[in-house]
Design a protein around this ligand. Sequence first.
Ligand code: SUD
Ligand code: ADP
Length: 337
Amino acid sequence: MKVRTSPPAKLNLFLEIPAKREDGFHEIDTVMTAIDLCDELSVESIEEPVVELSAHWLPSLETIASELAIDPQSAEAKQLLAIPEDGRNLVVAALQAFRKRFQIESGFRVELGKRIPAGAGMGGASSDAAHAISCAAQIHQFSSDHDGLHEIAASIGSDVPFFLPLPPVSQIASASTNGETTRRPRACHASGRGEILQPVDMRTDLFFVVGYPPASLATKDVYGRLRVPAEPISSKGFLASLRANSLEDLTSLMINRLSEPALEIRPELSELLESLWKSGLQPCQLTGSGSACFGIARDAEFAQTALKQLRANQSVPALWRATRSVAAAATIEIDPS
Ligand SMILES: C[C@@](CO)(OP(=O)(O)O)[C@H](O)COP(=O)(O)OP(=O)(O)OC[C@H]1O[C@@H](n2ccc(N)nc2=O)[C@H](O)[C@@H]1O
Ligand SMILES: Nc1ncnc2c1ncn2[C@@H]1O[C@H](COP(=O)(O)OP(=O)(O)O)[C@@H](O)[C@H]1O
């Protein structure tokens, strides 16, 4: 059986780090939403007891490199745009962990099309891994073992559980005008290492423009330079504004505690942030541990207007994308081929 899905990226709308943990990780208090900037993943069951992965950039490495104004043949491009196809890829690690947990002899063949930049703070690898777990669960009929799948995901990375489907009991549904229940777009509050999740019901979609500069940031390095605040800020006020969809309040309540260490490592990110603010988007901030930054647009049309202006500014080369909030767990389709 072969299945396919489109793992989405994520943005951290709020990120506070209240404490350092005994295990070397940090407690986090974050609100994330997935966005419609997606990779493409297909997973097929094979007899051989191996996980084979082939990965490529969409539409092509050359197109991505030229948007970043770097030579696709350069060492810089190779470092920035290299996609591991062995056990370093979280998709391979996740499927091996799945085979071990459920004692599955057979293997998987995986094709991965990348649109989500890496080292961006956009959860690309984590989303791919979570969706690979969901695909494997669909193939081997373990989709109802939410706890088991969540455990595998949490063992792969702190952000991976966010991209799994929520257990049915916690899914948010609300009557729409025609009386049917519909799933509203949702954000998620995450705490612990990032594995304790609580859905957040947003009244409407949010619209963003995201910029990824030709420079990645390693999550470990950014956390390594963080100074935990003496008086952490709670996400409670931010969550209340998000639920009430009062965009103007979000501007004063949005924070990302990892911005300071990220900007110490990559000072050039301040130029990217400045160009986002100048385009009229607000608020604007780094996502996760960076290096991508985003700004909130009041609606889809304004996002397109800001996108055109940002792309025209050749002095700040970046992958610029206009996106909107979507559900974090993408639909899995059976591939008839
Ligand atoms: C910063 C955040 C915010 O959502 O996302 P990204 O910027 O990576 O997208 C997450 O906390 C990243 O989650 P994830 O990228 O899965 O981190 P992991 O692979 O689990 O850990 C990578 C390294 O980051 C640090 N780390 C990660 C999570 C956490 N709660 N505390 C930490 O100190 C540790 O040094 C760890 O070795
Ligand atoms: N599926 C994947 N896609 C892209 N990079 C991956 C993947 N799996 C592992 N990696 C490696 O992990 C690094 C971080 O990828 P990233 O998408 O930033 O992860 P995160 O989910 O932590 O945001 C990449 O630079 C790459 O070397």
